[in-house]
Design a protein around this ligand. Structure first.
Ligand code: MN
Length: 244
């Protein structure tokens, strides 16, 4: 079965090289997101000989205030990768200044990606779903994936209209919202992720192969085989990669 993981924090595991080897062995495509531009190059080195693991350049919204000075580095590194993440907004903070800095950083990142044209973004949107969708806009030149979407269904519909993708992880499967979300998002816009190590399977951090849990849940929801689900989602992933 063809698995893939569009949002995995490879650099936060004690033995990332082993995980790269496992992904290669299993032929599982992995987007290795990073939370600050300063760790991009080490992730790039870790994945340089892999056929399946790709490094993504990120600046996590919860680190935007502390790391906004890394924006010039982000801009300098951007031509080296097609994948961007983790980026976005997190409005768990109610501090107006923090939110404004996050907005400024994210808007700058969107503008840079817009100028390059072919970037694939994996985007955090906790409690800022509307603002994230607004910042990306309906005419974004690349592709954007809303990772671990937990916002209102009405906003999810807007995201669908704007052409955005959604990646589902094993923690989302356990939530009551899972089936409501599936009712709103067309199948061809769904992708897989783990967000490991932030998502745990029992007491261990998730690994890319755990996307199988999502496939199993979708098969139960849609009353089709796991193989059919895996094929549908892999087709979505391939289309995302080949879109202009
Ligand atoms: Mn993450």
């Amino acid at each position: 079965m063809r698995l893939f993981d569009t949002h995995f924090h490879l650099d936060l595991y004690p033995d990332p090289s082993m995980l790269v080897a496992q992904a290669d062995q299993a032929q599982t495509y992995v987007v290795a997101v990073t939370n600050t531009p300063s760790v991009f190059e080490s992730t790039q080195q870790l994945t340089s000989s892999s056929q399946f693991v790709r490094p993504a350049l990120g600046l996590h919204p919860e680190l935007a205030v502390e790391r906004q000075l890394e924006l010039p580095l982000f801009e300098r590194l951007l031509p080296q990768t097609r994948y961007v993440g983790e980026v976005g907004l997190d409005f768990v903070t109610t501090d107006a200044r923090d939110r404004a800095i996050q907005q400024e950083v994210f808007q700058k990142i969107i503008a840079l990606c817009q100028a390059s044209g072919d970037k694939i973004l994996t985007v955090h949107s906790r409690r800022a779903e509307k603002e994230v969708i607004q910042a990306i806009g309906p005419e974004f030149a690349g592709q954007a994936i809303l990772h671990w979407y937990s916002g209102p269904l009405s906003v999810a519909r807007q995201a669908v209209e704007n052409g955005l993708y959604f990646s589902l992880n094993p923690a989302m499967v356990r939530s009551k919202r899972f089936n409501e979300l599936l009712a709103v998002i067309p199948r061809e816009r769904l992708l897989l992720e783990t967000d490991g190590p932030f998502v745990q399977i029992g007491s261990r951090p998730a690994v890319p192969q755990d996307t199988m849990i999502v496939i199993r849940a979708l098969a139960a929801s849609w009353h089709i085989s796991e193989e059919q689900v895996a094929q549908t989602l892999f087709t979505n992933f391939r289309q995302l990669l080949t879109k202009e």
